[in-house]
Design a binder for this molecule. Structure first.
Ligand SMILES: Cc1cc2nc3c(=O)[nH]c(=O)nc-3n(C[C@H](O)[C@H](O)[C@H](O)COP(=O)(O)OP(=O)(O)OC[C@H]3O[C@@H](n4cnc5c(N)ncnc54)[C@H](O)[C@@H]3O)c2cc1C
Length: 259
């Protein structure tokens, strides 16, 4: 159990989808016998927000994933985090002549509300959350990870801290410093292959008066010119609101882009 010397059973770094689910499930299954700390560099209202620019995500999720969670930990999602229900994803060929339907129910999420729901659930399960704290490096002792160093972030603060834990779970996303600087030999991939990186842009937009979309399916366009190595997407949130975005494979982008 937790004591004043900041010793935890489990510390989860990064309160995105993976972090909230991992921390919450660990606390739930631990039945009050496992202390779990979840930390994020963002404030509590923005835990899970990937970049300072916004909630970067296409927001689409298949219903089978939601059922998977329900069957294992009993959670049921609904409004407001499940913003729109769809029945299929249509994938269009580069020349737009072929449309491949992937039938099956799914949802377009309200991403900030979904993030709030995940964090609220983790807190109810007994997780302690700390926002505005950034993990900077792992501490090893005799070839075993035993803790981490970090610092508080945000305007005017930069306090270093140290936390000890029996288990540290890194759910801090794709560009994690912790993984890159892992201080023990491991099979964990430290660097992400640049060919696997897709710079993306996305916008949640209200359509002009008189312009509407069919709100029951998500569309993906494999347009090799506009989105080389990636695709364009249009996911409806309602008849007049969409999540629209573009991802390009870095090595095929017309100009060099940073991830
Ligand atoms: C443009 C785009 C569109 C996408 N569309 C979809 C889609 O439609 N459907 C779908 O299922 N998936 C989609 N994805 C993928 C999906 O967003 C990711 O798979 C998912 O968000 C990964 O969750 P995560 O919890 O692993 O990491 P993240 O969401 O990246 O969360 C990581 C968290 O860790 C925190 N963090 C990072 N470093 C530190 C640190 N050092 N210390 C403390 N905290 C830290 C961050 O603040 C963040 O809150 C999309 C991704 C992108 C980029």
């Amino acid at each position: 159990m937790k004591n004043l010397a900041e010793n935890w059973d489990v510390v989860v770094v990064g309160a995105g989808i993976a972090g909230c689910m991992t921390a919450g499930t660990t606390a739930l299954k631990g039945n009050g016998n496992v202390s779990v700390l979840l930390m994020d560099r963002n404030p509590p209202t923005e835990a899970g927000k990937k970049t300072v620019l916004g909630w970067v995500c296409g927001d689409a999720v298949g219903e089978h994933h939601i059922k998977y969670i329900h069957e294992r930990i009993g959670t049921t999602y609904g409004k407001p985090e499940m913003e729109n229900r769809v029945t299929a994803v249509y994938v269009y060929s580069p020349d737009m002549k072929v449309r491949v339907p992937f039938e099956g129910p799914g949802y377009v999420l309200d991403r900030p509300k979904f993030a709030k729901r995940l964090l609220d659930d983790a807190l109810k399960d007994g997780v302690e959350f700390r926002g505005n704290v950034q993990a900077t490096e792992l501490i090893q002792d005799n070839g075993t990870i035993v803790g981490l160093h970090g610092q508080t972030v945000g305007p005017g603060v930069n306090q270093p801290f140290e936390i000890r834990s029996k288990l540290i779970i890194d759910t801090s996303g794709m560009s994690t410093k912790l993984r890159r600087n892992l201080p023990i030999p491991s099979h964990i991939e430290k660097e992400i292959n640049k060919d696997d990186v897709e710079p993306t842009a996305r916008l949640n937009a209200k359509l002009r008066d008189g312009v509407e979309v069919e709100p029951f399916h998500c569309d993906i366009y494999l347009d090799a010119e506009k989105a080389p190595g990636g695709y364009l997407w249009l996911f409806p949130k309602s008849e007049d609101k969409v999540n629209i975005g573009l991802g390009i494979q870095q090595k095929r982008s017309p100009k060099p882009l940073s991830a």
